[in-house]
Design a binder for this molecule. Structure first.
Ligand code: NAD
Ligand code: 6OD
Length: 485
């Protein structure tokens, strides 16, 4: 039996269950932990605990809530090595990536929302009235109540805390479920919450799957007042139907099929570097990753050759090795899915400039879920590979002639999450940014984040915005008070 066991955390206690499932290390295919699955009854216990804790936490002074968030951030920093081990073990992502991105962002999410909530202000209007004396309107924030948080496996701690931190800052209590693939860091976070002295019932953690398990039970629970979800668009649609019961607010960060637009006047090396990073980071498993690269015709061949060279040079393998740039995919099922797109691309007429298969790796890595970084050209714009989210380290390159064509190609998608534009003509960059149908545009960069900015997608890529005051708005019920003077 594996030494590591991940338990549920309900009403301030770690809770075991008789139903357990295996947590697999994607880098070796070995079982690394056992996870205690919560059934619907246990989820209801978590919801009851969160409901019970609502009033106390919701009425806690903002400064005290912010101080608590600060202690949680400090707890993540203090146990950064534990978080690192759990995150790398669960995901197979390179240790250097988890150390520089995932774990520090977990702590930063708490610090940012601790700061924001202490300085959040409402609106004030002086209104005229027929008697000439007027009225004063002011708005105040109140918590929504019990928030259900459901998150995916690709950036487990980062995305989990991105929702938990603002929800707590706004005075809500929580029932949260991390992905079944990555239960580790969320469980450590529960330990940190306990060490920080968060009152029992304010944060509850349940483990399990979606349908027929803890995920479905959270969204079905009548005691959950709002649902915040990050994951696939199809899952979002399913959850939306459930949230319609009780007309509950939802915040959705969903899938993407993101384009990069590379103009001939770009800083060539910077664009190659940026597009390579946006295609291969986290083995292509970031919702913001680029899967479509539109390149202006004069530099198309040179750019394609340079990107393919970058793909071939990626250091793939053991995630615990500091030199590793690309780890495995999350699971065997996910690799099968990505490989099916590698085959589909060939069937749809792609020329494979790099990759296209499974790398041959030594030792235990031979049984991990590794895959080659892959570059395609020659795919027609109608190809399924240019419209369906693959969520792997692969992109297709397509030539374009002018701005209008680039815009039309970029917007030819049912998704609308992110787009990166590579050009030295900044006026053109701004012009394109305004016309592209996405929630996030990066100009001569990618995935550069300021946590106060609105984050989210258009079309199938999501509903609502999180980040900064947008998170505070979602996780609060804003109330207007009108005073007749
Ligand atoms: P997923 O939708 O399969 O699962 C996400 C979470 O939802 C998991 O915790 C899962 O157990 C749960 N779930 C699944 N079905 C459910 C149901 N019927 N009811 C309640 N919960 C359910 O997504 P995934 O495979 O874990 O993550 C990858 C996807 O997430 C990709 O599509 C990616 O683009 C997207 N994503 C989007 C963003 C964003 O910010 N837009 C960020 C990260 C990931
Ligand atoms: O940086 C963030 O805040 C964020 N939500 C990133 C999402 C990445 C998707 O995989």
């Amino acid at each position: 039996m594996p030494a590591i066991q991940y338990r549920n955390f309900i009403d301030g206690r770690f809770v075991e269950t008789s139903a357990q499932f295996e947590d697999i290390d994607p880098a070796t295919g070995e079982v690394r932990a056992l996870v205690h699955e919560a059934d619907a009854a246990l989820v209801e216990e978590a919801v009851a605990a969160a409901s019970q804790a609502r009033r106390g936490w919701g009425e806690t002074a903002v400064e005290d809530r912010a101080a608590m968030l600060g202690r949680i951030a400090a707890g993540i920093d203090r146990r950064a090595e534990d978080f690192l081990k759990a995150e790398v073990g669960d995901t197979g992502k390179p240790i250097a990536l988890a150390r520089s991105l995932d774990i520090p962002r977990g702590a930063a999410n708490f610090r940012v929302f601790a700061n924001l909530i202490t300085s959040a202000s409402g609106e004030v209007y002086e209104s005229p009235t027929p008697d000439g004396l007027g009225a004063l309107n002011y708005s105040i924030r109140r918590p929504l109540g019990v928030v259900g948080v459901i998150s995916p496996w690709n950036l487990p701690l980062l995305l989990f805390t991105w929702k938990v931190a603002p929800a707590l800052a706004c005075g809500n209590t929580i029932v949260a479920k991390p992905s079944e693939e990555t239960p580790g860091t969320a469980t450590l976070l529960a330990e940190v919450m306990e060490e920080a002295g968060l009152p029992a019932g304010v944060f509850n953690l349940v483990h399990g799957f979606g349908p027929g398990s803890a995920g479905e039970a959270i969204v079905a629970s009548k005691g959950v007042q709002a649902i915040t979800f990050t994951g696939e668009s199809g899952t979002g649609a399913h959850i939306m139907r459930a949230a319609a019961e009780g007309v509950r607010p939802i915040s959705f960060e969903l899938g993407g099929k993101n384009a990069a637009l590379v103009f001939a006047d770009c800083d060539f090396d910077r664009a190659v570097e940026g597009v390579a990073r946006s295609t291969f980071l986290n083995t292509g498993q970031v919702c913001l990753c680029t899967e479509r690269v539109y390149v202006q015709r004069p530099i198309f061949d040179r750019f394609a050759a340079a990107l393919a060279e970058r793909a071939r040079a990626m250091v793939i393998g053991d995630p615990w090795d500091e030199r590793t740039q690309m780890g495995p995919l999350i699971s065997r099922d996910h690799r099968d899915k990505v490989l099916s797109y590698y085959q589909l691309a060939r069937d749809e007429g792609a020329e494979v400039l790099a990759g296209g298969g499974i790398p041959v790796l030594p030792g235990k890595a031979a049984s991990g879920w590794y895959i080659e970084p892959t570059i395609w050209t020659n795919l027609p714009q109608t190809a399924r590979c240019l419209h369906e989210e693959i969520f792997g380290p692969a992109c297709a390159l397509i030539p374009f002639d002018d701005e209008d064509e680039a815009l039309e190609l970029a917007n030819d998608s049912s998704y609308g999450l992110a787009c990166s534009i590579w050009t030295s003509n900044i006026t053109r960059g701004h012009r394109m940014a305004g016309r592209i149908e996405v929630g996030l545009v990066w100009l001569n960069t990618w995935f550069l984040r300021d946590l106060r900015t609105p984050f989210g997608g258009a079309k199938l890529s999501g509903i609502g915005r999180e980040g900064g005051r947008h998170s505070l708005d979602f996780y609060s019920e804003t109330k207007n008070v009108c005073v007749k003077l």
